[in-house]
Write a protein that binds this ligand. Structure first.
Ligand code: UDP
Ligand code: MG
Length: 319
């Protein structure tokens, strides 16, 4: 097989239930298209049968290229590993391994690439997740948009097709705390969106539900210095909220009932309010220092345990 034109990249974390379905759909898609396609599957330190299934797959089918990470690094890092491993000479198609992003849309995305776009990202028309999650996502994207210095399109995820040159730029971006959709926007070139319906997860549960806990555990073990800074931020927020509530209450008391000694209110408020502001400010600065701290270690973003690529194994036997 010549070098593939398009790489389909899917990170997998404990997806042994979904994987067979994913493979069936990818195979049907690849058989239908005349493009030379490789599939890059990244095992993000799964604890179930995912790695085993991937191993069998990569050895049996030359179109599958499997990367196994040394432990669980999280979705964004797993994607990063996939992008680094992909050989697609024209484009990289990034999807979720749980089939929430229909791979069948590849031809539509590829069409846009041919029209001269470097980034084609998917925009979710309708989410099929619970209303709480939907609201949280909507709030997050709005917030991101208002504070971010790059223009991140609303309701677009990592599901996208990026050109080879965008992938090359991404590979040169060494940041430790990765937010792929933000990096993608930052890179620029011509970008466009395609609307689609995000499917509900086929089987299994969201692998993100315990993510926060897991992250906390890792940090606790490997980097216990992060926690105090986070604590300070939280304390600042709590103090501020308390101060504001107290402010409202005291003002009401003062003006409607007049039962507060002169000067007391102002003094107390200033103390509480500014302690809160200071703690918050410290915490916020801490967040940035923390990122500098992690980045300055210059550690690799991930460790690859093994790579199985049918083609290369065969090459080994030939010589
Ligand atoms: N994933 C991963 N590492 C993780 C968590 C998730 O590689 O630590 C993968 C997961 O297998 C899936 C994709 O990232 O293919 C999206 O994860 P998930 O479906 O859990 O996220 P959600 O769709 O709920 O946002
Ligand atoms: Mg999902």
């Amino acid at each position: 097989m010549d070098d593939p034109q398009v790489s389909i990249i899917a990170p997998l974390y404990n997806e042994s239930e979904t994987l067979p379905h994913l493979v069936t759909r990818l195979n049907t898609l690849m058989d239908r298209l005349s493009l030379r396609i490789e599939v890059v599957l990244v095992d993000d330190g799964s604890r179930d049968q995912t790695a085993l299934l991937m191993q069998e797959l990569a050895l049996a089918d030359a179109r599958y290229h499997c990367v196994f990470l040394s432990r669980n690094y999280g979705h964004q890092i797993a994607l990063t590993a996939g992008i680094a491993a992909a050989r697609g000479s024209e484009a990289l198609f990034i999807i979720d391994g749980d089939l929430q992003d229909p791979p069948e849309l590849l031809p539509d995305f590829y069409q846009k690439l041919k029209e001269g776009y470097d980034v084609v990202y998917a925009v979710r028309k309708k989410r099929k997740e619970g209303w709480l999650k939907r609201m949280a996502y909507a709030g997050f994207y709005k917030f991101m948009r208002s504070i971010s210095y790059v223009d991140i399109p609303l309701d677009s995820g990592d599901f996208s097709l990026i050109s080879r040159r965008v992938a090359n730029v991404m590979k040169q971006m060494p940041e430790e705390s990765r937010f792929i959709r933000g990096m993608r926007s930052w890179i620029g070139f011509r970008q466009t969106g395609i609307e689609y319906d995000r499917d509900a997860r086929l089987v299994g549960t969201s692998k993100y539900s315990f993510k926060m806990l897991r992250k906390l555990a890792y940090n606790g073990i490997f980097n216990f210095s992060e926690y105090p800074i986070k604590l300070v931020t939280r304390l600042g927020v709590i103090t501020l909220v308390f101060a504001v509530l107290y402010l409202i209450q005291t003002l009401i008391k003062k003006y409607y009932y007049g039962d507060v000694p002169q000067g007391f209110t102002a003094t107390l408020l200033v103390i509480i309010l500014f302690s809160g502001v200071q703690l918050l400010a410290l915490g916020l600065i801490g967040e940035y220092v923390l990122r500098i701290f992690f980045q300055s270690k210059g550690r690799p973003l991930y460790i690859v345990r093994e790579v199985i690529r049918h083609q290369e194994r065969q090459a080994d036997y030939d010589t």
